[in-house]
Design a protein around this ligand. Structure first.
Ligand code: ZN
Length: 49
């Protein structure tokens, strides 16, 4: 499952395939170099007790 990243400046999200295209860790949209890794929202089945 690919990780999802979020730019710290423009707050756009992208996956790690886009991130790999560029040298270093930078936002592919604005070039900002502070990237947050966010988990893809997964559907979890939680049993109510
Ligand atoms: Zn950005």
């Amino acid at each position: 499952m690919p990780d999802i990243y979020r730019c710290g400046k423009c707050w756009r999200t992208f996956d790690d395939e886009k991130l790999r295209v560029l040298p270093g860790v930078r936002c592919p949209y604005c070039g900002y170099n502070i990237i947050y890794m966010v988990r893809k929202p997964t559907i979890k089945v939680v049993k109510a007790i």
